[in-house]
Design a protein around this ligand. Structure first.
Ligand code: B1M
Length: 236
């Protein structure tokens, strides 16, 4: 079904015939509409025209997802559309990832993100991870139902700049404090920026558990991560 629909829509516009600026605009539209095949094709076309991977990522993919993020926040787009857009972006990113690694372009930073113990909700966490990837972060997603030991193992193994935790249940959100308290006990708290999010949380809760920031949504998570990493690098 989807393949046929995608093909039908893809036949409407010959992407290769568009000049660069129109192609980029078309990519923003295709991302918005979650058309993965078209986004992948256009990514390939831009690379074939000599665009560097950083330029393709920033001007075509990240900018497209920025628009999606704004409309999601404003209630114009809903979860299914955002997941499709994120999937389309991932298609483009998969092409760029090895090229970005080759150029040695410094990543924005590294993030370990996971849903806390007892909680299997992952849609919001996945969105945050994808939006962060789109913004140039390296994201290590450790999944759902994470006990403190799993967070510690991931931090030890990946040495990220940021630890992100998600919780959707009022019964599981207190577990964030268990993780942060353990980091404090082990003298590791200051090694990481800790961001928390999830529908039942708020700013007050974020402060109470000792996080650096509570993030209302995926767009705020990206903005907060960028701001706190920049502040940390300036301080260093
Ligand atoms: Co559940 N569930 N659920 N559920 N579920 C809620 C959360 C609930 C509010 C529904 C309700 O009763 N109205 C309620 C919680 C009540 C409470 O705690 N007070 C609830 C319940 C009770 C349960 C079960 C206990 C039901 C049962 O079995 N009796 C059970 C618990 C299972 C468990 O976890 N142990 C359960 C199960 C499920 C499903 C499996 C069916 C499914 C999850 C599927 C999945 O995730 N793969 C599910 C769903 C889908 C929901 C609702 C309907 C939608 C959640 C969602 O995906 N929202 C939810 C009701 C609701 O929230 N309206 C509900 C969309 C998502 C994009 O938003 O996750 O908030 P959100 O993420 C946002 C921000 O919060 C933020 O950015 C995201 C993107 O903008 N954010 C972060 C999130 N994590 C972040 C991390 C960050 C930063 C930002 O780190 C840096």
């Amino acid at each position: 079904m989807t393949d046929i629909d995608d093909q039908d829509e893809g036949e409407d516009i010959d992407l290769a015939s568009l000049p660069d600026d129109e192609l980029v605009e078309q990519m923003h539209d295709d991302l918005y509409d979650g058309l993965r095949e078209e986004v992948v094709e256009a990514t390939n076309i831009l690379l074939g025209r000599g665009w560097g991977p950083v330029k393709v990522m920033n001007e075509a993919l990240v900018e497209g997802m920025r628009i999606v993020g704004i409309d999601f926040r404003d209630g114009i787009l809903f979860v299914p559309e955002v997941l499709m857009a994120a999937n389309a972006m991932k298609g483009g990113m998969e092409l760029l990832r090895p090229l970005l690694a080759e150029t040695g372009a410094p990543p924005m930073g590294k993030v370990v993100i996971g849903t806390v113990k007892g909680d299997i909700h992952d849609i919001g966490k996945n969105l945050v991870g994808m939006m962060m990837e789109g913004a140039g972060f390296e994201v290590i997603d450790i999944g759902i139902n994470n006990a403190v030991e799993k967070y510690l193992d991931a931090l030890e193994q990946h040495k990220p700049d940021i630890l992100g935790m998600s919780a959707l249940l009022t019964t599981t959100m207190p577990y964030m404090k268990v993780v942060i308290d353990t980091l404090v006990e082990q003298g590791l708290r200051d090694d990481y920026i800790v961001l928390v999010g999830g529908a039942p949380l708020n700013e007050e809760f974020g402060k109470a558990v000792g996080a650096d920031a509570y993030c209302r949504d995926a767009a705020v998570a990206v903005e907060t991560a960028q701001a706190l990493i920049a502040a940390r690098r300036d301080a260093a």
